[in-house]
Design a protein around this ligand. Structure first.
Ligand SMILES: [Mn+2]
Length: 255
């Protein structure tokens, strides 16, 4: 294990928030960074280089591997996820689940579709077992997962890191539910836009995922509905922050 020495001495009670993509699709990194500052957390945005013949989703696992060990916890979140409740304190929250190494949510049922877990956001503790888990996920062959997949049991197959994680969590006895990991309800930190009724801080985290609308559509509808800035940051948290360069940043449409 390359990082085993470092893993034994993480910063206690610290947390690193990690996100990234193979391109800049959203300005969510401004949202993440501000939220990290408010939480006294470290924030890393990682650029994943696409490689021929390699599933781009699995590069995420390498990035989490690199981040693990610096702090007691890593919190991964996708670039299509935004913090919406800025009073959420990650450390006291995750300490409630400190006996687990992996704290992850189930997905909601979204137009009939659901998944066993949602790998778009989760806490991972800096332990040797977590490192072994990431190693196991990285070694999974998605072709094998596809053959093994049972839709009744695990929900929708998405052909990425999520399915590899589900496979390892369900077949490798080192990583049992209730011991290595706990699956929380989606309401904890995996909400969709339609769960928000009256206010953007009703839920902790918005994950832009739908089969009928693009993520850009979901984001702009959410902004309009609650009259939010493009970073979905409460205005009081933007005081004193020079956001000009982020506001002026033009993002190419995803392709
Ligand atoms: Mn996502």
């Amino acid at each position: 294990m390359l990082f085993s020495k470092r893993l034994l001495s993480p910063r206690r009670s610290g947390i690193t928030i990690v996100s990234g993509c193979d391109r800049i699709r959203f300005k969510s990194f401004v949202n993440h960074k501000l939220f990290a500052d408010v939480n006294g957390a470290n924030y890393v945005w990682s650029f994943m280089l696409r490689r021929e013949g390699m599933n781009p989703y699995l590069r995420k696992i390498e990035i989490i591997q690199a981040a693990l060990g610096a702090d007691e916890w890593v919190f991964w979140l996708d670039d299509d996820a935004y913090f919406t409740d800025f009073s959420w304190r990650l450390i006291p929250y995750v300490e409630r689940f400190a006996k687990f190494d992996l704290v992850i949510c189930k997905s909601p049922v979204n137009q009939g579709a659901w998944t066993f877990v949602s790998s778009g956001q989760f806490f991972l503790k800096s332990t040797r077992r977590s490192a072994q888990f990431l190693d196991a996920v990285r070694k999974v062959k998605l072709d094998d997962v596809k053959k093994w997949w049972d839709q009744e049991k695990y929900g929708m197959y998405t052909n990425g890191d999520q399915d590899a994680m589900v496979y390892v969590l369900s077949t490798d006895s080192r990583f049992r539910e209730g011991d290595f990991f706990t699956r929380l309800e989606y309401t904890e930190f995996n909400s969709r836009e339609f769960h928000y009724r009256d206010a953007p801080n009703e839920h902790r985290l918005l994950h832009l995922a739908s089969s009928s609308k693009t993520k850009e559509q979901l984001l702009s509808e959410f902004r309009d509905r609650f009259e939010l800035n493009e970073f979905l940051i409460p205005p009081e948290h933007l005081e004193g922050i020079d956001i000009t360069s982020y506001s002026n940043l033009n993002l190419a449409l995803p392709g």
